[in-house]
Write a protein that binds this ligand. Structure first.
Ligand SMILES: NC(=O)c1ccc[n+]([C@@H]2O[C@H](COP(=O)([O-])OP(=O)(O)OC[C@H]3O[C@@H](n4cnc5c(N)ncnc54)[C@H](OP(=O)(O)O)[C@@H]3O)[C@@H](O)[C@H]2O)c1
Length: 477
């Protein structure tokens, strides 16, 4: 495919929360680093009327004030260069005339349509792109980026896949879950399959169990109207966490290609066992009084469940997954907890049984660490747990770590779908989630700043195990 030809990037919903928080920051970074393709034309679309000056102010405000996820100061010269590359086209996505104006404005043979807008509008957008002939390009290629969540259940995801495939070919469709653009997640593959010493241990012979945590120490904020419709499980459980699990447990792909890697992720996603009586839902106290939340809301802000992967490698290894808001600590990680040796030479010493744990930490203090037992320096044989660590923050090479949105935009430009979801993957994820909650669990209230409801603790303690307290002792600056 020809990726050298000039590119038009069309962002439907340039004024969205998503664009303000992520997309505009990614574009700014790319402009600053000189990796925004030469001759790129960016067209931002939304409903609100904005003249050139108002749009420039909007971009500047977004970059300056909405950068909690991406804190850095804004250089005015870079900002101006970026703004000069963006045309704002106001219009209603329901209006066929809008697409005629868009067609006139697009001047390049290669085109990316980025849907940073509401899924209800997709059908109209696809239909109108087709009617105006913008769904394909005779002189180049057309690609479409679709954000997560992809549908709201299996049925709607299937319908959306069908709808997309009515208008575009699979190789044109980039289903985006920004977790797949994270360095830490991608590095799991290198860690596991680029080194020879860890992978032989990743199986039921050595692993006791796996824990996956996505904990936030803050609440729903101003996103109440969206979140209250969706809930924690569909917001992060159907996508980010299942992908974390897939990266940590998939078999080695035969080659480092999109087809081979996606096929291995899919094998894990289709092998997950939904255990309907091993799921707990919670809601933090005070959630119902948050802005734009239904005062009688029964939406979960926390979930915990147990599952298994139905294959030989992970036979009978329990996997415990939890995520929630207003919890004790901010931490997103996968922990592989190893079995203790039957004969432990040091079991009578002060630590007793202390398992080795391999931790893929996505945030904060990103890195890959191995919890080990060491001898405390001194005259006695005393043991203490320590971490062997690979940490991004302590990187002595001072590598540049791209933001996931930047990484995924670059991948889309080069036509690489490796770190995007296939149609089968999103459907497998929904199939698992749908059956997990075919009988909706009762909501239990939990205290803000806790680790969720009591039932979540009982879920794991019933198996003689406990949730790990995410450690902040490694990868600190
Ligand atoms: N926000 C996040 O953190 C986040 C994270 C991951 C994925 N996502 C996904 O990103 C997408 C956008 O979500 P969001 O919450 O950021 O949306 P949002 O803030 O509600 O923004 C919607 C955008 O669409 C435009 N729009 C709405 N109706 C329109 C119409 N009829 N014609 C033209 N423009 C119209 C709005 O323009 P006006 O401003 O002019 O009304 C605005 O730019 C969704 O698919 C969501 O699931 C969001």
């Amino acid at each position: 495919m020809d990726n050298k030809k000039p590119l038009s990037l069309v962002i439907f919903g340039i004024t969205s929360n998503l664009a303000q928080k992520y997309s505009l920051h990614a574009l700014y970074d790319m402009q600053q680093k000189g990796i925004l393709p030469e001759n790129i034309q960016i067209i931002g679309n939304a409903r609100r009327p904005l003249n050139k000056e108002e749009f420039a102010d909007f971009v500047q405000d977004s970059l300056n004030s909405r950068n909690v996820h991406h804190p850095h100061s804004i250089d005015n010269q870079v900002l101006e260069q970026l703004i000069n590359k963006i045309d704002y086209l106001q219009g209603n996505f329901d209006d066929p005339n809008f697409y005629l104006m868009l067609k006139q404005l697009i001047k390049n043979p290669n085109i990316i349509f980025y849907l940073a807008t509401l899924p209800d509008l997709y059908r109209n957008i696809f239909e109108n792109l087709k009617l105006t002939g913008l769904d394909s390009s005779l002189r180049g290629w057309v690609r479409i980026m679709v954000e997560k969540p992809f549908g709201i259940d299996l049925k709607s995801a299937k319908e959306l896949n069908k709808l997309l495939l009515n208008y575009f070919k699979e190789e044109q469709i980039f289903r985006l879950d920004h977790y797949l653009g994270k360095e830490t997640l991608q590095n799991i593959l290198t860690f596991r399959f680029g080194n020879n010493i860890f992978e032989p241990l990743i199986n039921h012979k050595y692993i006791d169990h796996i824990q996956i945590t996505a904990a936030e120490d803050y609440g729903v904020g101003m996103r109440g109207s969206y979140y209250d419709q969706v809930g924690a499980l569909k917001d992060v459980g159907q996508n980010h966490q299942l992908q974390m699990l897939a990266f940590a447990t998939m078999e080695a792909p035969e080659q480092f290609t999109n087809e081979a890697i996606t096929a291995q992720r899919l094998k894990i996603l289709t092998a997950l066992k939904p255990l309907k009586d091993k799921i707990v839902f919670g809601q933090y106290q005070g959630y119902q009084s948050e802005p734009n939340v239904n005062p009688n809301s029964q939406t979960e802000t926390f979930y915990a469940y147990k599952t298994f992967i139905d294959n030989n490698k992970f036979k009978d290894i329990p996997i415990y997954v939890r995520a929630g808001k207003m919890l004790k600590q901010l931490a997103t990680e996968v922990s592989i907890v190893f079995k203790n040796p039957v004969k432990n030479l040091f079991v009578s010493h002060n630590l007793g049984f202390e398992p080795n744990i391999l931790i893929y930490r996505i945030k904060p203090n990103e890195g890959i660490v191995l919890k080990i037992v060491t001898k405390k320096p001194g005259h006695k044989v005393e043991l203490e747990p320590e971490y062997m660590q690979f940490c991004y923050k302590l990187d002595h090479h001072s590598h540049y770590i791209p933001d996931p949105y930047e990484k995924l935009l670059i991948d889309t430009i080069s036509g690489d779908q490796t770190f995007f979801n296939s149609a089968e993957e999103v459907e497998a994820q929904w199939a698992f989630i749908d059956s997990l909650i075919s009988q909706k669990p009762q909501i239990e209230l939990y205290e803000q700043g806790s680790w969720g409801p009591k039932a979540a603790i009982e879920l794991i303690e019933a198996d003689g195990r406990t949730w790990l307290e995410p450690s902040m002792d490694f990868c600190k600056v």
